[in-house]
Design a protein. Structure first.
Length: 288
């Protein structure tokens, strides 16, 4: 039989999580700070809880999806040990590894099991084939509830250190933001000469896709500590990069996103790494 789930936080993401549990036949209890958001889910068969405590009492598995972990801490402050003891809390709120570790310790003190999660999907992807969630924390709780959590998409275990799901999540999103930073800068540049962004995107997508092919090699060089390259040395990149900054300025595009990269190339070459490839930059960025 399908195990019951409570969802606290019914924003864009929490609402999608609740719908996915409903769609897979789980009894679902929902709670949201603003009660109006329970309406559509109740229409789909969810049970509304009037308080967070009532929602926690309704299911052994309690999924949290609030805006920030400050909100999660605030919510936990209003719940007693008696209410939380024996529950498994799955916190899918975006946060840092340190926040997740602190929440795990706090949950443990309250007699609850804690799983932290990082959702690799937008709400529309939840329950579909491309969505997955990183999990970390209490491994036994993960094994117990994995069949239920599979309603959201794939499940990826990252370790019993509760901070690891957030670390993996932030890592992937960091790669994504780097890509988007490049995309908006490129579009801002070509637009200055009236090239249509939509037209240029047809060139940008295959180019970025081709460059992604270099990622495994950069990663392998970083792992091995053997940074010498026959693709494109830091010296070559350092020599070319002023052209980018100069062109941005000449075309009237801000250099605020790209100037720091010039500084990193400069200090890497100054440190004697002129012949190395991009993997060296990851070493240079490591400050501890
Ligand atoms: P929304 O802004 O749509 O929803 C935020 C939710 O948090 C609402 O339910 C809101 O309640 C609740 N909330 C905010 N402050 C408090 C508080 N002090 N006490 C109780 N509840 C509070 O955000 P999303 O649903 O999009 O995102 C939720 C989490 O999921 C975030 O951490 C986000 O980073 C993460 N996430 C979102 C993705 C996305 O594509 N949307 C992708 C991956 C992760 P109320 O309705 O009362 O305001």
């Amino acid at each position: 039989s399908s195990s019951p789930v409570s969802i606290l936080g019914l924003g864009m993401m929490g609402g999608a999580l609740a719908a996915a549990f409903l769609n897979t036949g789980h009894p679902v209890t929902v709670w949201n700070r603003s009660a109006s958001k329970t309406g559509p889910l109740v229409a789909q068969g969810a049970l509304p809880a009037t308080t967070a405590a009532e929602a926690v009492a309704a299911s052994p598995l309690v999924v949290l999806c609030l805006l920030t972990n400050d909100n999660v801490n605030e919510l936990l402050a209003g719940l007693s040990e008696k209410q939380l003891a024996g529950r498994t809390l799955v916190n899918l709120t975006n946060g840092t590894p340190a926040q997740a570790r602190a929440l795990a310790a706090r949950a443990e003190k309250l007699g609850a099991r804690y799983l932290d999660g990082g959702i690799m999907a937008v709400p529309q992807m939840i329950g579909g084939p491309a969505a997955y969630v990183f999990y970390s924390g209490d491994e036994q709780a993960y094994e117990t509830h994995r069949p239920t959590l599979a309603a959201l998409g794939g499940t990826k275990w990252t370790g019993s250190d509760a901070g690891l799901a957030a670390l993996n999540d932030l890592g992937l999103l960091t790669g994504m933001y780097g890509m988007f930073i490049g995309v908006v800068q490129a579009l801002a540049l070509v637009r200055t000469e009236n090239i249509k962004a939509e037209e240029y995107a047809e060139l940008l997508v295959p180019w970025i896709t081709a460059m992604l092919g270099l990622v495994p090699e950069i990663a392998r060089d970083l792992d091995s500590g053997q940074h010498l390259t026959d693709v494109s040395s830091l010296a070559v990149n350092q020599a070319a990069f002023p052209n980018f900054l100069t062109a941005f300025k000449e075309q009237g595009v801000s250099v605020e996103l790209f100037e720091p990269f010039q500084a990193l190339l400069d200090r890497s070459v100054e440190a004697g790494h002129a012949a190395d490839g991009l993997s060296r930059l990851a070493e240079m960025l490591t400050v501890r």
